[in-house]
Ligand binder design. Sequence first.
Ligand code: DC
Length: 241
Amino acid sequence: MKSLSENCKSLSGKKPIIIAIDGPAASGKSTTARLLAKRLGYLYLDTGAMYRALTWKVLKEGVDMRDKKSLAKLAKEIKIRLQSNDEMGSRVFLNGEEITFSIRSPQVNKYVSLVSMVKEVREEMVRRQREMGRKGGIVAEGRDIGTVVFPKALVKIFLTCSLEERVRRRWKEARERNSFLTKKEIKEELSRRDKLDREREFSPLRKAKDAIVLDNTFLSINETTERVLKIVKNSLQSINL
Ligand code: DC
């Protein structure tokens, strides 16, 4: 099997494409997408960070979560800047203020699915995401990338992973950050968010018809990235790009 760097070398010089990665919470999308983007010299787009940034602002302003008009207004008003960072994934700035860590708080986890359910909020975020992917050369990850944001993306991956393994990964990350959430609490939180994201009316979490499913329950992050890279390479070869 070719190594990751060999695979990457053979991709350089090809036309920049859009790579869409979707999947449930904690399925490894962010790290895989970030590593892949870095290897390909592509832009990494963490769309979840955009919904999280808005949710942080909604909480800060004390906006009523049921007031869709105000949520949509705020979505249009705020400036979100994402900056790729090796250690932190994306650094996130809202109206110039860094909120990279604040958007991962239990409060934001609790409300982000409610904010991202609102049709007008999604329309605004999707508009911004499409703008960022206009020229190609992007690895975007989220819930609706292959179905709604970039339905014509050349490569679509749907990452899955068992709930137990996702809980274990989040629990390990939490401990590294000195947060002592129990596995039970993490499991409840992930299950609740997945259910809301899957069952919402607009752009629910769903595999695009032409997406390739990759279950990474038993794969390391490097193995997952390598698999995705292989899929990218095969797709490019199949259409002679
Ligand atoms: O990827 P994440 O866990 O950081 O995403 C946080 C939430 O944002 C997720 O529970 C649902 C929402 N989201 C969305 O609705 N659409 C996306 N493309 C990305 C995230």
